[in-house]
Every structure is written in C-alpha cells, then in structure tokens.
Design a protein around this ligand. Structure first.
Ligand SMILES: Cc1ncc(COP(=O)(O)O)c(C=O)c1O
Length: 403
C-alpha cells in the first residue's frame, strides 16, 4: 500500500469521531439524539417536485440546470442570499461578493485553502463542531480552544489567546452553537469583529442555525459589525432548505472573494447547477416564508419537549442549556458520569436504545475535558419519541448515580 499523506495522520482523531457519529445515525432501532440532520418533515419535498416539473424543460431552465455554470454560482441564487438572507439581518452585501458553495462545509475548506499553512493556529470555541476541526486538521492547523459561558465565546480569553498564539483564524459558530446550543451575545459579536480588525486575524463566522430561531430576539451576525473585511461569513442552506442539495455560501470582502474564486475553480469549478436552480426558484416563487414558519413551529415543539423531559427525567444536579433555536441542547451530568462509557450501554441495552454524542470529542483540549457532557439533538426526533428516549436515558443516568 502506498504511504498516505501526513495530513491524514493529523486528522485521525477527529475523523474517527465523525465516522462513529454517522454510524449511530444509521441504526433504525435507536432513538437517536445523535446526528444534526433536519427533521424529514422539514424537507420541502412537494415544493421541490413542483418546481422541478416546471423548470426542467428545454424552454425553461433545463439547459442551465444541466450545463456547466459560473464559478461564483447562479446569479439569481446569490441575489436571493443578498436580499432574503443577509439584508433582513442587517448585513449589506453585493451579489458579486457571494460565492455559492457545495454545502456550508465547503466554505470552511476554501477558507483554509486561502489562509492556512501547516502549523498555523486556529482558535475555536470550547466546545466546538468536530467536523470543522477535522477540516482544520486536514490542513495541519493547530486548534486551540477558547473558553465559553452561556453568552458564547468569552472575549477576554479570546484576546489573551490571540496575543499568546498569534492565530491565523478564529472559528466561531455564534448562533445556537453546535454542540452547545448557546448564542453569542450582541456585545460580544461587536467585540469579536473588533478583535479581528485589531489583531489582523480572520474571523470565520459559521452561522447555519441562525435562521431557525423560534424564541428570543434576533441578533445581527458578527459580519454586520466588521469594518475592515476581517470577518468572513459562511452559511448553509442545509437547515432551511435541504442538506442533501449540498448548498451553502460565503460572503467576504473583494480581496478575499477574488482568492475564493481561484480556490473554488481549482477545487471543483462550481457548485452543482441543478440544486442551485431549484433552490433559487424556491425563494423567488415565495415559498420560503411559509416553509420557514412551518420548520420553526416544528422545532419549537421538539425543543420544548426535550427541555421538559430533561428537567423531568434527568437526575438533580444536571445542567442543560436552553437554545432559542437550532437543533441542539447540551447537558452536563452530575456525579462524575463518563458519557463516552455510558453511550455504549445507552445504545446497546434493549431497555434504553438511545444515542447521543458524548461531550469529550467536542473539546480540542483533550485530557478528558467534557467527559461528563452530552449533545442532545432533538430536531429529527418526533415529540413522542423524545419523551421515550429522554426517559430511558434519564433512568439509565439515575441508575448509575446509585451504583
Ligand atoms: C456548525 C456547522 N457548520 C457547518 C455545518 C455543515 O453544513 P453543510 O451540511 O451545509 O455542509 C454544520 C452541519 O451540521 C454545522 O453544524
């Protein structure tokens, strides 16, 4: 066998966590609070069929959908991003500065291609989204955690670590964070943008859950406070339209956009045209507002059920977050219970049969940090199943405390 590249070694640990996560998603007998997929009821299947029937014709958009396209993406989809997704959030953008990507993750990948050399430091929230750590490590970056509290990343710790480690990039998931469900406060959003400018560091703002807010007050993205072009906003259509379509976008300054164009050309020429055409039509034909309301109502009910069940069935001393949107809550267990060990029993014991993601893997620090925590994803589980799963899991945890 030929020798694998060095980068495959660097990402071994994070890649293993991701593989296990996808494995757990595929067992039909489990109630899975594990994956981060949207609910199947949240996929606009009938609308997509209707649009496809209409536009996939030679005299409509059929040729465009199946032909090579523009590196930056379909112009009308980029205009939708500007007018329907960014302007209402207080972000002024031009379509020229929007690059359509293959899923949100490609944005992170391209940004690394632009900025990361082996050995560069990337500061990430502690805990953070493992899949992006996997990407960062593939570029042989060193990830260092920044402390969080209930208002997100702590700016004092961020500034101290910027001064100490001289990072190339800071990776932030400001809204309904994966995995913790926490949201960066308005004050801190301003401060993070300022720190990027002050220390000449790229702030990579990854905000795929922002649009599924179902309680609380909307907050402007960090990008809205960026005066120097140091913040780059990466986003995804996965949670508001469809993850299988693999659509996302990046909004960046002119200078960064030019380089993104080159990196995208070199990587895969452009994002698939067929999903771009359908997604653009979905927004332009006015389907989004009603669809958005439907998914927010659906997830609010699931969030409420999950929170009520944790409070009712998990043992005293459990701490949990209350997300105002998104798909996750985060629980910290009492009594030194190790959630990695517990997961084996939770998934295999026929009286439990529940999956979640153990907390430890979300911390780049290692050393057992977060080993009493778990991420609970409620988005893809119907309320009746949330009740059963949370009760089974709560009972298992309580039984461990008595041992
Ligand atoms: C924080 C975060 N960023 C990016 C993504 C990836 O989005 P996509 O599926 O569009 O690549 C996800 C998906 O779960 C996510 O949670």
């Amino acid at each position: 066998m030929s020798r694998f590249a060095e980068r495959m070694k660097t990402m071994e640990k994070s890649a293993k966590i991701i593989r296990n996560l996808f494995g757990a998603m595929n067992d039909p007998d489990l109630i899975s609070f594990g994956g981060g997929a949207p609910a199947k009821e949240a996929l606009p299947i009938d609308i997509v069929r209707e649009i496809t029937n209409e536009v996939m014709r030679t005299d409509k958009r059929g040729v465009e959908a199946l032909q090579y396209g523009n590196v930056m993406g379909l112009l009308d989809l980029r205009e939708v991003v500007v007018s329907e997704l960014l302007a209402p959030k207080g972000v002024k953008a031009k379509a020229d500065n929007i690059l359509i990507t293959s899923g949100g993750l490609e944005g992170m990948n391209l940004l690394c291609q632009l900025f990361i050399d082996p050995g560069d430091v990337i500061l990430v929230e502690s805990p953070t989204f493992v899949h992006c750590v996997e990407i960062f490590e593939m570029f042989q970056a060193k990830c260092i955690g920044v402390d969080m509290d209930n208002d997100g990343m702590i700016p004092e710790d961020l500034e101290a670590k910027i001064m100490k480690y001289k990072p190339k990039m800071v990776y932030v998931i400001p809204t309904f964070q994966n995995p913790s469900g926490r949201t960066l406060s308005l004050e801190r959003r301003k401060r993070v943008a300022e720190l990027g400018s002050k220390y000449d560091v790229i702030i990579l703002e990854d905000d795929p859950y922002r649009d599924i807010r179902y309680s609380g007050v909307d907050l402007k993205p960090i990008k809205a406070f960026d005066e120097t072009g140091h913040t780059v906003l990466a986003n995804s259509f996965s949670k508001i339209f469809s993850p299988g379509s693999r659509l996302g976008y990046v909004f960046a300054s002119d200078e960064v956009t030019t380089k993104l164009f080159d990196a995208k050309t070199a990587t895969n020429s452009h994002t698939s045209m067929l999903p771009q055409v359908i997604c653009a039509e979905f927004f332009k034909r006015g389907y989004y507002p009603a669809h958005h309301k439907m998914i927010c109502d659906l997830y609010r009910e699931r969030r409420d059920t999950m929170i009520e069940c944790i409070d009712a069935f998990f043992p005293k001393g459990t701490k949990r977050t209350f997300p105002d949107g998104g798909l996750f809550t985060w629980a910290e267990l009492p009594g030194g219970i190790n959630t990695t060990d517990l997961l084996v029993e939770a998934t295999s014991n026929p009286n439990v049969k529940v999956a979640y993601v153990a907390g430890e893997g979300f911390f780049v620090e290692g050393g057992g940090k977060g080993n009493n925590c778990m991420r609970l994803s409620f988005g893809a589980v119907a309320p009746e199943k949330i009740k059963i799963g949370a009760k089974n899991l709560g009972d298992l945890i309580s039984s461990k405390l008595k041992e």
